[in-house]
Every structure is written in C-alpha cells, then in structure tokens.
Design a protein around this ligand. Structure first.
Ligand SMILES: NC(=O)c1ccc[n+]([C@@H]2O[C@H](COP(=O)([O-])OP(=O)(O)OC[C@H]3O[C@@H](n4cnc5c(N)ncnc54)[C@H](OP(=O)(O)O)[C@@H]3O)[C@@H](O)[C@H]2O)c1
Length: 323
C-alpha cells in the first residue's frame, strides 16, 4: 500500500509517497481502509515542527510520527483479537491527533478505541473535513455557553480551517454572524452563511461602534483586551489559541479582567477526538445545518501540492486527500 511519510521537519519538499507493507492490527487495533482524509493547520504545524516548543511533544530531533494526516474517514478492514467496539465493514471516522497520525495512506492502523461509527447519511468526503477543525469549532463555541437566537457573534479568522465550522455552528443556533478575515475571502464567508464580513486589512472591527454578544477569536493576532472594546455588556469571548503565550495569558487573566469589566473571557481545554463531539458533528452534517466546503481534492501522490496550497493561505474550504 502507499503512504505519505516524512523523516524530518521541513516544508512540503520533505514529504514522500512510499510503498510499504499493509498494516496488521495489534490486539487492540483496527486497520481502516481510508476513503478520504483532509488537511488542517495542525498538519502543517506538525510538518514544519512549529512552534519549536511543541517539538517536546512531536519529537525533539525528528518527528515522532513518520506517517502524516489527522482527519480520517473510511471502512474498517480488520480488527485485533481484543476489539469489540468495531468490526470489519463498519464506516468510521477519527482525528488521529493523539492516535499515531498517518491518515494520508491507503490504509492506517489505529487503536480501535479512537474510532467513532460514521452514520450512513454522511458521505466519507464530507466526514473527512470535520473531525479536527469541526471539533475545535464545536468546543470553542460551546465554551461560551449556549448561543441564543438573534445573538451577535463575531468570528475572527473565519476563513481558515476552523472558522467555517464556527460560522455555520453559530448560524445553526440562530445567531447573526460577522466574519472577519482578509477581503479576498468575503464571498466565501457569505456563502457559508455569514451575515456580514469585515476585511481585517482595511477595518479594525473592535473600533467603529459594533457590539457583539460573542467573540470567537481564531486568528489570535491581538490581546483579548482589544476585543473587550466590541463586547456588549455581559458578552463572552473565547480564544482558539495558536500561541502558547496568548493561551496562558488569556487563561490566567481572562476571568479576573473579564469580571472587573462585566464580560466573560477565556480559552478552553481542547479534547480531540471525543465520540460525543463526533456524534454531534455527524448530526449537524447529516441534517445539512453544517455543510463543509471542499476547495480541492488531491490524490495521495499530490499530497505535497496540497500542503503547499494550505501553506499559501489561498484555500477557500478544506483540502481533501483521497487514496
Ligand atoms: N485550545 C486551543 O485553543 C487550541 C487547540 C488546538 C489547536 N488550536 C489552534 O487553533 C488554530 C486553528 O485555526 P485554523 O486552523 O482555522 O487556522 P487557519 O486555517 O490558519 O485560519 C486562520 C484564519 O485567520 C486569518 N487571519 C490571519 N490574520 C488575521 C487577522 N489579523 N484578523 C483576522 N483574520 C486573520 C487567516 O487568513 P490568511 O490565510 O490570509 O492568513 C486564516 O483565514 C491553530 O492555530 C491551532 O494552533 C487551539
């Protein structure tokens, strides 16, 4: 079978598509035939080994995982002797963030406990867009408490991997959504359902008088105090942190500063690959409340090009990899 691998950190040039032996499940494992996988910002971070501090977890000198790819949708092909939760033929999906990576391959061996059944009503190509970024959006939006009909929600950094899910989750709850990203993504954000778009290169949404009940900050380019200016009284702010410093700063100071100024501010303890989250996402995907956009589908051999596309920041929706 074929698999996308890398032996060192670097740009897409370090990726190779190699032929390897078919995986054999250990006692607690399943082997999944991959139907579709997708790229996330986290895949690019793992490829580049950024931020450097994260290499404590991902491999100090070289990457701990040779295989690449987190988001997986496919069919169980074989299971180990101790596995009871899934069986050959089952449709499954997963985020392999803490389960060995390696979704960009014809087949992948994973701990069977990492797999969640995928309902028949969700096509593989749709499912593959969502486990990692959809879960990040779901957990961040959930962390601000229920979003109510008519609330004004600002999604900052709405046009990447997580933002489109956050926009559609807020719309599914009846919110009025303002989506901030660069102007080239405005049409894409409108298509997702955003009621209003703001080009961050031309306008500072925190100045100018708009007030929001909820701010979901995915871009993480400025301190949460800046967003305090545009929060309505009692408003809620959540940071989807890309920098350790801002994560720690918001976690430590969000509650006391928020309490002093009459708002709620914080980040959230991300838990990847939770079955309850994937079940909730499956319901949203099969009802059509969330409709992920796919910018382009690549074959395994083209995985380096898919990474270059993601790195260029020009994608409008998820990038799929299909074997
Ligand atoms: N607990 C946690 O908080 C937690 C856990 C896991 C992961 N994460 C983080 O979550 C993030 C995932 O986000 P993602 O995958 O959606 O990232 P992404 O794909 O890079 O999307 C970020 C978007 O923000 C836009 N942007 C850049 N600067 C901006 C600005 N000043 N104002 C408004 N928008 C701006 C980007 O546009 P361009 O493409 O033009 O730059 C891009 O469209 C990752 O950084 C990851 O590290 C957080």
């Amino acid at each position: 079978m074929r698999a996308v691998v890398r032996d060192r950190y670097g740009t897409a040039d370090v990726l190779r598509v190699v032929t390897v032996d078919d995986p054999v499940p250990g006692p607690a494992d399943a082997v999944v035939r991959v139907a579709a996988a997708s790229l996330n910002t986290a895949d690019l971070d793992h490829l580049l080994g950024r931020p450097r501090a994260a290499r404590v977890a991902t491999g100090l000198v070289r990457p701990a995982h040779r295989g690449v790819g987190l988001d997986l949708a496919g069919t169980v092909e074989s299971v180990g002797s101790d596995v009871t939760g899934v069986q050959p033929g089952d449709r499954v999906w997963a985020d392999l963030f803490d389960s060995g990576h390696g979704a960009f391959a014809d087949r992948v061996r994973v701990p069977a406990s990492a797999l969640t059944p995928l309902p028949d009503g969700v096509p593989f190509e749709t499912a593959a867009t969502a486990p990692h970024s959809g879960t990040l959006a779901l957990q961040s939006v959930r962390s601000v408490g229920p979003v109510r009909e008519g609330e004004r929600v600002l999604v900052n950094g709405a046009g990447g991997c997580v933002g489109p899910f956050a926009v559609q989750l807020a719309k599914a709850r009846g919110a009025v959504v303002t989506a901030v990203d660069h102007g080239g993504k405005a049409a894409f954000l409108r298509e997702l359902g955003a009621d209003e778009t703001v080009d961050h290169t031309r306008e500072d949404v925190t100045r100018g008088g708009r007030r929001f009940d909820v701010v979901v900050d995915i871009a993480d380019t400025r301190p949460f105090l800046a967003f305090r200016r545009c929060l309505a009284p009692g408003g809620r702010y959540v940071l989807v942190a890309r920098r350790l410093g801002s994560f720690l700063g918001t976690a430590a100071l969000g509650t006391p500063v928020g309490a002093l100024t009459g708002v709620r501010a914080g980040t959230f303890a991300w838990r990847p690959n939770q079955r309850a989250d994937l079940d909730e996402l499956a319901a949203l995907l099969s009802s059509g409340a969330v409709r992920p956009r796919v910018d382009r589908t690549y074959f395994l051999d083209e995985a380096p090009d898919a990474f270059r596309h993601l790195a260029a920041g020009t994608s409008r929706g998820k990038l799929l990899i299909v074997p």
